[in-house]
Design a protein around this ligand. Structure first.
Ligand SMILES: [Cu+2]
Length: 162
């Protein structure tokens, strides 16, 4: 068996590392992948772009997790009859039942990728307002976050840089 760098194993590890780099921001220790410890989730960078119509709005945020793995199981909000969770792949969005929150990592809901859809709006969110949103996690329970409503074109600079 060759132990040179081009073995399939090494390639696999490289691919994995590249994948993790997208989501695992600042994960220093790789000790807990499953079990043990508790999740420490913190939601940041939340916003809702002011929707053009009163039918539907999108929502974006990042879950920072400093502990064990967790799962985002559902989202609810006082302004919407229903909040659904979507991925976007190759420009096509797809509803998902839940999202994994990696241990010592991040779950990103950012423009062009994962997003919330606020459906059956009870009122149309306007720029400058705040919308109360509840994120429900399997382990961490409910986390309440006020999502500020931003301009329709608002897009925060990537948080990928430290
Ligand atoms: Cu969608």
């Amino acid at each position: 068996m060759s132990r040179r760098g081009r073995t399939p194993l090494a390639l696999g590890a490289l691919t994995l590392a590249a994948g993790l780099a997208l989501t695992a921001c600042g994960s220093g220790d790789a000790d807990t992948d499953a079990g043990g410890g508790t999740p420490q989730v913190k939601v940041g960078e939340a916003f809702i772009p002011a929707p053009a119509s009163g039918d539907m709005a999108a929502g974006f945020f990042v879950v920072h997790n400093g502990g064990a793995a967790d799962t985002l199981t559902s989202v609810s909000s006082e302004i919407a009859g229903e909040v659904t969770l979507h991925t976007t792949e190759d420009g096509v969005m797809k509803e998902q039942g839940s999202f994994a929150v990696p241990a010592h990592g991040e779950l990103d809901f950012e423009r062009g990728g994962n997003h919330l859809m606020f459906e059956n709006l009870k009122k149309r969110p306007k720029e400058g307002e705040k919308v109360a949103v509840e994120l429900h996690f399997a382990e961490s329970g409910t986390v309440k976050v006020d999502f500020p409503v931003k301009a329709a074109t608002y897009n925060p600079t990537s948080h990928a840089s430290h």
